[in-house]
Design a protein around this ligand. Sequence first.
Ligand SMILES: [Zn+2]
Length: 134
Amino acid sequence: MAAGAPDHVYPQLAPDGQLIIQRCAVCGRTPSFARVRCPGCFGPLKEHLIDGYGEIISFTVVYRPQSPEFALHVPIVVVQVQLMDGPEIISSLLGDSRLQAHIGATVRIATRETWSSLPQFWLDPDVEDDGRCE
Ligand SMILES: [Zn+2]
């Protein structure tokens, strides 16, 4: 890891269900992964809290994971999410309705019952909002 580079998962999940992202203090860019300086203007990056909502812009379904430790979670719906106030990130979906994923679907960050070291999402907050993710 480069000297000074953040050594945590990015974006980080805040205790209240928000996400902690980096935002450039000069140009406002939000990098897709943790950086030391802004990739656009080399300006300083500041931590910024955003709501954990986003939109699926691409996805795929994994039926045969490369590692047996993930077999319990198959089928795994891997999604590329455009966060509403932040960058695009790669993640996965939780919940029984995850196979209904489609481009344009709204997702909400999961605060519980996650199994990945990366932040994970629930598909369609209105359907999945049964108390499992708050
Ligand atoms: Zn910048």
